[in-house]
Write a protein that binds this ligand. Structure first.
Ligand SMILES: [Zn+2]
Length: 172
């Protein structure tokens, strides 16, 4: 299977969990609603930000957005350091190394593909490593929401900058 032209990311079945660490990682990855992602969601909720979870990525129906601001069209992903290859904490298991190299590269290829698809649908994308503290992550999300709001309201931005305000629109 070609991993680029077809935009599919097939990975052979794992040859079997080989250590407690890896099976632990795999079971952690299966529990979507725990840990850092939940902490970021709670912090955003506490700040009065409302979002949706499990929103499908347009055109990529088997993938979901971790934290979706549908009105603002901002997709936030809280990426696991191991699964998504964090430069600080990403590691490559030595056991079954060849399988893991393919698997983790496929994950990262899928992330880039997801980002492209969302951008094509006019979504902003913000990826935050799971190691970022929840309060700091929420700050990043709020800053991006503000930035997108300003970017998408050009007439208001112009009048704030001192240019004459647009004349009122005539009634229909
Ligand atoms: Zn990390």
């Amino acid at each position: 299977m070609n991993t680029h032209a077809g935009k599919t990311f097939n990975v052979p079945t794992h040859p079997g969990t080989t250590s407690d660490t890896i099976s632990e990682r795999m079971s952690k990855a299966a529990r979507k609603d725990t840990g850092p992602e939940l902490a970021v969601r709670h912090e955003l909720h506490r700040r009065g930000r409302r979002y949706r979870v499990f929103v499908r990525v347009p055109g990529r129906n088997r993938r979901t957005i971790d934290i979706a601001f549908t009105k603002a069209r901002l997709a936030v992903f809280v990426d696991g350091c191991f699964w998504h290859g964090c430069p600080e904490h990403g590691t490559m298991p030595t056991h079954n190394n060849a399988w893991w190299v393919v698997k983790l590269a496929a994950n990262q290829g899928r992330d880039r593909d997801t980002d492209e698809h969302l951008a094509n649908e006019s979504w902003g994308v913000l990826r935050i490593w799971e190691h970022v503290p929840a309060a700091e992550a929420a700050d990043l999300v709020e800053a991006e929401l503000d930035r997108l709001a300003a970017e998408r309201a050009p007439s208001r931005a112009r009048s704030r900058a001192g240019a004459p305000a647009d004349p009122p629109s005539p009634p229909d």
